[in-house]
Design a protein around this ligand. Structure first.
Ligand code: ADP
Length: 493
């Protein structure tokens, strides 16, 4: 199968979140399974042109503003199979992408011309195929920045000979971001106003790119089965629940995988000693190393609660660190435990965490981003706290399970698909779960986990092993993507 991934992010070139990991990992896995995969990205300023090879000639892209020109660069995706390289192409347009930031900067979080930047990019996808004379079976668009790709296919390009047999798939990595802009920008798509209404761009007198994409794609998916259900309800649907209910026959959830070459306690360069279900000694060493790294007393008996997170509303940090009402203070005061956090994000939260760490001897935090420390926290902690408000898939809880660290999670999204709640009667489960996102629910569930740690140690050890044996490989997920592509293709064949 020939697949073109259209995305605004892909590791190692551009990343702000899980989208970047998923696009590259899925592409590599599909290539290993024998499919022909290419990725197309904007060439942001931060991607060094000198390390890429230019394609000959320029690319003319027709937009509502007339024809505009850009260059195309290319390179291989690192880690590609030798005989079936995943080729990455970059759309190079100085005015739109020659600046700092992917979607914005701290001073301008959402660039005013974002709708134009990504309209141009989505239009360029088709011209790019024409330029290299390669027409994919599946155009796989990711999130709102590429959501116009299915729109352009359905409302125009499929009428051309080249794309007559191409289908589109749109993946939602986070429904909280939809690309809503003034409809003054619509003319730039070059589409007629009939399409504005037929494709459902309209959103309270604005233009919603994701909504139009969801209405136009042949198949839609999101990154976990439970989130696919939740997004069809008003609570988690971000006002698009009815669109997703309308498209429910073509909408599924496919769990993201994890990169087991990077997140594997048997070969992790960031932990002092490898470990596995057969030999767990290395986990105790990782715990000691973690306590040392964060300046906590080295004590094998005290349970450690770890957190690695973006400090934003979505992650439930208000209920843990909110001034006066967050539960972290009482958790650390009342319970015999240690707590470590690595994260960065909203400044109120960073400040509150620094203040708590100053006042609580058993709470330590590093504000910032560190690959090494995130591995050490996953390996060295006994529990991993993830009280997400919503969670399309979530990677950290899967890393935790792979490292024998029991997740304490909210009953939402991908967390439901990956963590089984502890059953005190049978001892079964892989973690601890709560329903309502309130400071007291977080407090009580951490309390429950700590109680089990001190009073049901056999259950805890058995749960660690069950967690480590789970299979979260991309191979499993990639097969489901292929099934989805095939059902989409059945329509045009
Ligand atoms: P999201 O993509 O919504 O932030 P996920 O759980 O899906 O949440 O993935 C987050 C990823 O980012 C994980 O790989 C996690 O380890 C990493 N991460 C988040 N914050 C940090 C940090 N401060 N330092 C290192 N890694 C981090």
């Amino acid at each position: 199968m020939k697949i073109l991934m259209a995305s605004s992010e892909a590791v190692p070139f551009a990343k702000t979140g899980g989208l970047a990991d998923a696009v590259s990992a899925l592409s590599l896995t599909l290539a290993k399974q024998g499919h022909e995969v290419k990725i197309i990205l904007p060439r942001y300023y931060s991607i060094n042109r000198d390390k890429l090879s230019p394609l000959e000639g320029e690319l003319g892209v027709r937009t509502g503003g007339g024809e505009e020109w850009c260059a195309v660069y290319t390179t291989d995706l690192p880690g590609s199979p030798k005989k079936n390289q995943v080729q990455v192409y970059f759309i190079d347009h100085e005015l739109f992408f020659g600046r700092d930031g992917i979607y914005g900067t701290p001073w301008e979080p959402d660039f005013l011309d974002n709708s134009r930047r990504f309209t141009f990019f989505s239009r360029a996808v088709f011209q790019f195929c024409r330029k290299i004379g390669w027409y994919p079976d599946v155009l796989h668009a990711h999130d709102w920045p590429a959501a116009l790709v299915p729109v352009f296919l359905k409302h125009g390009e499929r009428g051309s000979v080249e794309f007559a047999k191409t289908v589109s798939v749109l993946t939602i990595h986070n429904l909280g971001y939809q690309g809503i802009y003034s409809k003054d920008n619509f003319y730039y798509t070059g589409l007629g106003w009939d399409v504005f209404y037929n494709a459902g761009f309209d959103d309270w007198n604005m233009m919603n790119l994701l909504k139009a994409g969801l209405n136009s794609a042949d198949k839609i998916n999101t990154v976990s089965p439970h989130y696919a259900q939740e997004t069809q309800t008003p609570v988690h649907g971000f006002r698009l629940d009815w669109v997703l209910r309308y498209r429910s026959a073509d909408y599924i959830g496919i769990l993201n995988g994890i990169d087991t070459s990077v997140w594997n306690p048997q070969k992790d360069p960031y932990i002092p000693e490898p470990y596995s279900v057969k030999e767990m000694r290395g986990k105790a060493k990782a715990k000691a190393a973690l306590q040392e790294e964060f300046g906590l007393p080295v004590d094998p008996e005290v349970p450690i609660i770890g957190m690695v997170t973006r400090l934003t509303e979505q992650k439930g940090v208000g209920e843990v660190f909110g001034p006066a009402y967050g539960s972290a203070w009482s958790i650390c005061k009342d319970m015999d435990l240690q707590m470590v956090l690595l994260g960065s994000g909203e400044s109120w939260c960073e400040n509150e965490i620094k203040s708590l760490a100053y006042r609580l001897p058993n709470f330590k935090a590093h504000i910032g981003y560190s690959e090494k420390e995130s591995h050490l926290i996953e390996a060295g902690s006994d529990f991993f706290l993830m009280p997400s408000r919503y969670e399309p898939c979530g990677l950290n809880q899967m890393y935790s399970l792979a490292y024998g660290t029991l997740p304490i999670v909210r009953n939402t999204g991908g967390l439901v698909d990956t963590v089984q709640n502890y059953n005190q009667e049978t001892g079964a489960g892989t973690g601890f779960m709560f329903d309502d996102l309130t400071p007291s629910a977080v407090y009580n569930t951490v309390g429950w986990a700590v109680w089990a740690y001190y009073n049901r140690r056999d259950d805890i050890e058995a749960m660690r092993i069950t967690g480590m044996k789970q299979n979260f490989s991309w191979e499993k997920s990639a097969k489901k993507y292929i099934d989805m592509y095939e059902t989409a293709l059945a329509v045009v064949s």
